[in-house]
Write a protein that binds this ligand. Structure first.
Ligand SMILES: [Fe+2]
Length: 199
C-alpha cells in the first residue's frame, strides 16, 4: 500500500471508530462497562497495524527535551473524543495522575507499563496492580482513576491514547509527588502534532 492509500484508509478507519465510540458514550454514558466497549473499538482499530507503521509517526530526535510525541488522529470541534498516537523512543515515565475525563490506552508496538493506584486514605497513593499495554492489549480509566506510565529506555513504543476531552483542554489534572507527599497541578499538554491530511 502506498502512503496516500494508507493515509486515506487510516482516516476512514479512524472516522468509523470514533463514530462508534461517540455512539457508545451517547447511548450508554461513561461507566467502566462502556469504557470496555470503547477499548474494544480501539483494539480493533489497532488491529489494522498496516495503517499505523512506526515510520508515519516520527520520533523526537535523540537528545530532544522530550523522548515522546503525541500525534492527533481525531478530535471533535468541541474537543471531545480526542484520539492520539503516542510514540516514544522509550524511557518515558510519569508520576501517578488522574485525567478528569475518561481515558483509554491501547497498544500498537512496544510496551507501556501502567501502574494503577488507589488513594491510601492519608493523602497519598497505594499501588494496586500493574498492567502492560502492548500489541493487542488495552486499559481504560474513569475520570478520577489514577495511573502512572513507565517505558524501558531505548525501546520504541507506539500506542493509542484516547480521552473524552482533548489533552490541551485538561487544566485540572493532578499528579502525586511522593517526595513531598502532596499533589501538584499537571498542566494541560502542549506540543501535540497534527498528522498531514490525506491528499
Ligand atoms: Fe495518563
Amino acid at each position: 500500500m502506498n502512503a496516500t492509500a494508507r493515509q486515506t484508509q487510516r482516516a476512514q478507519a479512524i472516522d468509523r471508530t470514533v463514530a462508534r465510540i461517540r455512539a457508545i458514550e451517547a447511548e450508554q454514558g461513561v461507566t467502566p462497562a462502556t469504557l470496555e466497549q470503547i477499548k474494544q473499538a480501539l483494539l480493533e482499530l489497532a488491529g489494522h497495524s498496516e495503517l499505523f507503521p512506526l515510520s508515519d509517526f516520527p520520533m523526537p530526535p535523540p537528545g530532544a527535551e522530550r523522548n515522546n510525541a503525541l500525534y492527533r488522529l481525531s478530535e471533535d470541534p468541541d474537543h471531545r473524543y480526542a484520539l492520539y498516537a503516542q510514540v516514544s523512543r522509550g524511557g518515558t515515565d510519569t508520576p501517578a495522575h488522574n485525567h478528569t475525563t475518561w481515558a483509554v490506552i491501547v497498544g500498537l508496538q512496544g510496551e507501556e507499563l501502567n501502574r494503577l493506584y488507589d488513594h491510601d486514605g492519608q493523602g497519598g497513593v497505594k499501588e494496586r496492580e500493574t498492567f502492560m499495554v502492548t500489541t493487542g492489549t488495552g486499559i481504560a480509566f474513569m475520570p478520577e482513576d489514577l495511573h502512572s506510565i513507565h517505558m524501558v529506555p531505548e525501546k520504541a513504543v507506539l500506542n493509542f491514547h484516547m480521552y473524552g476531552l482533548g489533552l490541551e483542554q485538561l487544566h485540572e489534572r493532578r499528579y502525586y509527588k511522593p517526595k513531598t507527599h502532596d499533589w501538584a497541578h499537571f498542566p494541560a499538554s502542549d506540543g501535540i502534532r497534527d498528522l498531514p491530511l490525506p491528499a
